[in-house]
Ligand binder design. Structure first.
Ligand code: 5AD
Ligand code: FES
Length: 347
């Protein structure tokens, strides 16, 4: 098995059979070996820097009904909110003063926020903070909309593919969403010139090793700038309420594999990872991740943007969250940096 890791380290590539063999036969010793390799590659590319992104969860209205997601349309129990332009700009100001140089506007697919409103937000944020990167995470849109957002100043776009296996995709989403259109969006975003992030949930219901292998192959094919992976965590008011959460162990293993596949990829240790284990994000960094995404949303809405149960950091001020994160990173020998943290090909 170690030879496979060495091969991946040297060539950034394995066959589907080899990925499957590695994942199916993983054990703590093999994982340690993999993490050591992944850290070497990470340090070669990004040193001990950890990039921070301030997430602003600006709307939890969503027209979609993904079976796993706590803000799905059918969840009558979710208390809905939208931030105003002023509130969003205030979050950016607070974030800027704390040292954030990337803002991520994340929300459900909310028809209230027309392209016009999004463009207005992008322009306002970029006018206030011309030295910052702006990332959008607002779901599937037309090529024209993506292009208009890019021209208005958006730099990056996060759209997880969720699973690269079409049958599995069907089991996680209602009929009107498809893997084909998801992938098309991702290729459109790349074509337009965004730094693009895809990603998937680990341990989502009905996921098999074959699904994970397909995820890895799709990531290699898309060659994104960012990859967001985290555990599936059940939300009590969704059809998947009784399903099991993904495990820390498998996520760490996949983070490290992805680091070896795409040596300079921007790879977050996600909030969901911090939710399933008290040191989840630190362990993620030690497995090869190089980004963390503290929450910049106003305190009074944080406990409403609940994609899954037991989400961490819902009670904290942005400043506390950041200083907590700084301490956590320092505790493992890494440091949070004041930087846009662009992908190497863009900086
Ligand atoms: N558990 C973990 N992650 C989730 N997401 C949505 N619902 C859940 C859940 N129950 C993730 C999806 C989405 C991202 C914003 O959050 O992958 O793309
Ligand atoms: Fe938010 Fe620790 S990172 S409180």
């Amino acid at each position: 098995m170690k030879q496979l890791i060495d091969k991946l380290y040297k060539t950034n590539n394995l066959t589907p059979e080899e990925y499957k063999e590695l994942i199916d036969n993983r054990n703590p010793e093999l994982a340690e070996y993999l993490f050591t390799r992944a850290r070497t590659v990470r340090v070669e590319n990004y040193g001990y820097d950890v990039y921070i992104r301030g997430i602003i969860e600006f709307t939890n209205y969503c027209q979609n009904d993904c079976y796993y997601c706590g803000i799905r349309k059918s969840n009558r129990g979710a208390e809905r909110y939208r931030l105003t332009k002023e509130q969003i700009l205030k979050c950016c100001k607070v974030g800027y003063d704390l040292g954030f140089r990337t803002f991520v506007l994340q929300g459900g697919e909310d028809g209230y926020f027309t392209d016009e409103k999004i463009i207005d937000l992008i322009q306002a944020i970029k006018t206030d903070h011309p030295d910052c990167a702006l990332t959008l995470s607002i779901g599937e849109k037309s090529y024209e909309s993506y292009k208009a957002f890019f021209e208005a100043g958006a730099d990056r776009y996060l759209l997880r593919h969720e699973t690269a296996n079409a049958e599995h995709y069907r089991k996680l989403h209602p009929e009107r969403l498809s893997l084909v259109s998801r992938k098309e969006c991702l290729y459109n975003l790349k074509d337009i010139g965004y730094q693009v992030g895809c990603g998937f949930m680990v341990g989502s219901p009905y996921q098999t090793t074959e699904c994970l292998v397909e995820d890895l192959l799709f990531i290699k094919e898309l060659n994104p700038h960012m990859v967001g992976i985290g555990p599936f965590i059940p939300h009590h008011q969704t059809p998947f309420a009784a399903k099991k959460a993904g495990t820390l162990e498998l996520i760490l293993f996949l983070l490290a594999l992805i680091r070896l596949m795409l040596p300079d990829v921007l790879l977050p240790a996600t909030t969901a990872l911090g939710t399933i284990h008290p040191q989840g994000r630190e362990l993620g960094i030690l497995a090869g991740a190089n980004v963390v995404m503290p929450n910049l949303s106003p305190q009074n809405v944080r406990d409403k943007y609940l994609l899954y149960d037991n989400k961490i950091c819902t009670g904290d001020e942005a400043a506390d969250c950041l200083s907590c994160m700084k301490k956590r990173m320092e505790s493992i020998g890494y440091q949070v940096t004041v930087s846009r943290g662009d992908h190497k090909s863009f900086s």
